[in-house]
Design a protein around this ligand. Structure first.
Ligand SMILES: *[C@@H]1O[C@H](CO)[C@@H](O)[C@H](O)[C@H]1NC(C)=O
Length: 500
């Protein structure tokens, strides 16, 4: 049965990628909301949107709950990204509106006991002559500059808006005629993302599948498997789930212009938990997990960090008995979940260009930086205290790779925010972090399944004959012989999961 599985998955992926990759341009990106202008806040940004080189169409409906007296001052304005930095710095409304690329007068009609504007439609083009071939962010704003001069805040009614924006996408005509223009809701910076998520889904699922097959074969042949394999399989599965949920969200978004809040949130959380699992695994291995206990001379009573590291070196013990390692593990997991949820509350539209630009994203980067230092310290200490000299090279490599992985995302964000133009920042961050995660999962999969390095010969990870091999090696390295009973396991019927 097992040999059929790759075939089935291959099919599934082909179907997924084809459905995810094909554009079905039906509706548009739709946003709605309520606002009330005042003397202090005489404008309101309704949406920002990355417009493709071929332009886009915006339509807006406004409803006011009572009469808007000075409606001749109420305007809909469209700003292009190149002017937006000046707009943000403008001190007054009059100064700000000078930078608008387009202006439309808004007005209300009294119909069915409601003040409604008739639908306002505008076409936006990235440059006057159609010469700009890059996408531009556009900001759609409603303002009433007269409010800055006259105090009449109490007379201003709350306004409800509904807005739709669609990109023009030229489609190749199969019969050789003129290319047809179709409209899509997808923002220009989101168009390449389906491909990135599809590739990352493919890679992570492959890793998950391979490890699961290995777990299956080890359980059949030896009735025992190391828990680290399950750990990496879980992380890879979460990464795959995250990409899948994001693809579903994009698909729904293509249909209704709003997307699926549920799948978008699930994707963010799966990614966050996957990150936390990878971090904790790296920290545990850095602290000396899976080494025979007599190979490491640690003194947990020396300092708090020592205690933490010695707890980290037995992560499964931390699950069974509460200790400092448990606290750190739970804190890292909880922090990731909380930050992912907090990040959801930010509007990707005009508060940030990508998920790591807002406050929760920045906290996440700081946490990664600090844990990266901890990982480096843990690895160097393990290298120093380990009695098996043949492991020095391994721990040096681990120190470099682990530290590089922890710092890679913060560095990527800094590079993106400094050197990459803002209209490609979102795809750059998504592509970069997906790539980093796939590489990390691939390396971890190698680490828990390979038999090739000196580390694998000493550690419990891949020891096939329970403890006999590691015992003889640790004896050779000057350690004490240990009994078989020393190996901690969870038993499920005949199968055993090795924990240390
Ligand atoms: C605005 O209202 C009209 C008529 O009710 C409707 O056909 C149109 O779809 C609405 N536009 C938006 C952007 O909601």
């Amino acid at each position: 049965m097992l040999h059929l599985a790759p075939l089935f998955w291959g099919r599934l992926f082909t179907v997924l990628i084809v459905t995810a990759g094909s554009c079905s341009p039906i509706y548009a990106k739709t946003v709605s909301g309520d606002f009330r202008l005042s003397g202090l806040q005489s404008h309101r940004v309704l949406v920002s949107f990355a417009v493709v080189p071929d332009g886009a169409r915006v339509s807006v409906n406004l409803t006011a709950s009572s009469m808007y007296e000075n409606e001749r001052f109420l305007q809909l304005r469209m700003y292009r990204d190149v002017e937006w930095s000046k707009v943000i710095k403008a001190k007054t409304c009059t100064e700000m509106i000078r930078h608008a690329s387009q202006t439309q007068q808004l007005s209300f009609d009294y119909k069915n006991k409601q003040w409604k504007s008739e639908e306002k439609t505008a076409l936006i083009f990235n440059s006057d002559k159609g010469t700009s071939r890059r996408p531009h962010y556009w900001y759609i704003v409603v303002d009433d500059c007269s409010l800055e001069q006259v105090m009449q805040d109490l007379k201003i009614p709350p306004i409800h808006y509904e807005l739709r924006i669609q990109n023009h996408i030229p489609q190749k005509n199969t019969d050789g005629g003129r290319p047809e223009m179709v409209l899509t809701h997808l923002s220009a910076d989101e168009l390449p993302l389906t491909r990135v998520h599809s590739v990352s889904l493919l890679l992570s699922s492959l890793i998950t599948l391979l490890i699961c097959m290995l777990i299956g074969s080890q359980l059949v042949s030896k009735h025992t498997v190391h828990v680290a394999l399950l750990w990496v399989a879980a992380a890879a599965a979460l990464d795959a789930a995250s990409s899948l949920c994001e693809l579903i969200h994009i698909k729904v978004y293509q249909g209704n212009g709003v997307g699926s809040y549920l799948f978008d949130a699930l994707s963010a959380h799966a990614e966050a938990v996957c990150d936390a699992l990878v971090m904790l695994l790296l920290l545990s291995i850095a602290a000396g997990w899976t080494l025979p206990s007599d190979m490491l001379s640690m003194n947990p009573n020396q300092s708090v960090v020592q205690l933490l590291l010695s707890d980290l070196s037995k992560p499964m013990g931390a699950i069974q008995h509460w200790n400092a390692g448990t606290a750190l593990g739970l804190a890292v997991l909880a922090l990731h979940v909380v930050l992912a949820q907090w990040g959801r509350t930010y509007n990707d539209d005009f508060e940030s260009y990508h998920d790591l630009e807002h406050l929760p994203g920045k906290i996440l980067m700081a946490v990664r930086f600090v844990l990266g230092l901890l990982c480096l310290a843990a690895t160097m200490q393990t290298r120093w205290k380990c009695r098996a000299k043949q492991l020095e090279q391994f721990y040096l490599n681990l120190a470099i790779a682990g530290f590089a992985w922890f710092q890679s995302l913060p560095v990527l964000v800094v590079i993106c925010n400094t050197f990459v133009p803002y209209y490609v920042r979102h795809p750059a961050i998504v592509t970069g972090s997906a790539l980093l995660q796939s590489v990390a999962l691939g390396l971890l999969a190698w680490l828990v399944t390979s038999h090739s390095s000196a580390y694998h010969q000493v550690s419990h990870l891949t020891s096939s004959a329970e403890t006999s091999l590691t015992d003889s090696l640790s004896q050779a390295a000057g350690g004490q012989a240990r009994g078989v009973a020393d190996t901690k396991t969870w038993s499920f019927g005949k199968s055993k999961i090795r924990l240390d």
